[in-house]
Design a protein. Structure first.
Length: 276
């Protein structure tokens, strides 16, 4: 894949690749095409020996508004990269298989890229947008950045890449999910989620400078340091917790489907098997 419609890929001086989400008209909402184009761009950077650091950012006024929930989705038919078969099956089985590929396993793939990644974040980052940011090794945000997960309102436990307790700590993670209220850049920095907070005018140049400074280090040492940190996190239960939270999310989805079925039965005048 080379002619991207939703992503801009470019290589800067100093061994830094930039991957820019480019759907500003929908605030960089993530549809299937963007997911697979992001994966292709990140894979291209991973295989380019001249690239040592990758910066992920979003065009327009916001980093990302999350998943694109447009009815019917987009008309893009990707070449699948995983083994989550059954995506064409109905109801929960098909939905779970699809989300295993495009959310859980894609995020795991990006989290374990063999090169340092930096999220350059501004404006709003909502729900699924958090996943794109959290898979990166470092996060630099502008002072106006805010972070929000409103998925509990949709009947699930949180977004598919469930990093909240690691990013915010347990208490703040619960508050964020329970209330759906935004976390400011200052709060996120104080909680340890962000590496740096800078002015909007400085954001791009500051992030590039950070990436270029890191790129001066030996690539193999950077890979090993990243592996050591990620494996330490996994030893604390990170990946097991991710999979468990993902499974719980699909309990929520199944419950939502059942509620929809119950409403349809009521409208048709049919008796519910479990009572009113």
């Amino acid at each position: 894949m080379s002619d991207y419609q939703t992503v801009i890929y470019e290589v800067e001086d100093g061994g830094v690749a930039r991957v820019r989400m480019n759907r500003p008209d929908v605030r960089n909402a993530q549809n299937q095409r963007m997911t697979y184009e992001l994966n292709d761009a990140l894979t291209t950077a991973a295989y380019d020996n001249d690239v040592k650091v990758i910066i992920l950012s979003g065009e327009g006024p916001h980093f990302s508004s999350g998943h694109d929930l447009k009815p019917g989705g987009d008309d893009y038919t990707p070449k699948r990269i995983g083994i989550s078969g059954g995506m064409d099956k109905p109801a929960s089985e098909g939905l779970m298989a699809m989300e295993e590929e495009i959310y859980l396993n894609m995020c795991r793939r990006w989290q374990t890229l063999p090169k340092p990644t930096i999220a350059q974040v501004h404006g709003k980052t909502i729900a699924g947008g958090l996943m794109l940011m959290w898979v990166c090794d470092l996060i630099v945000a502008s002072e106006d950045a805010t972070f929000i997960d409103v998925t509990v309102d949709f009947g699930v436990n949180g977004v598919e890449w469930f990093s909240h307790p690691w990013e915010f700590g347990l208490r703040k993670a619960k508050e964020m999910l329970f209330t759906g209220e935004a976390v400011s850049a200052e709060q996120a920095y104080n909680l340890g989620m962000l590496n740096h907070v800078v002015s909007a005018d400085e954001l791009e140049s500051f992030t590039l400078d950070l990436g270029q400074r890191i790129a001066k280090k030996p690539s193999y040492s950077l890979k090993l340091a990243k592996m050591a940190c990620n494996q330490t996190q996994d030893a604390q239960g990170f990946w097991t917790a991710q999979q468990a939270a993902f499974n719980l999310q699909h309990v929520g989805h199944a419950s939502s489907f059942e509620r929809m079925r119950a409403e349809m039965m009521k409208e048709a005048g049919l008796k519910l098997p479990w009572g009113d």
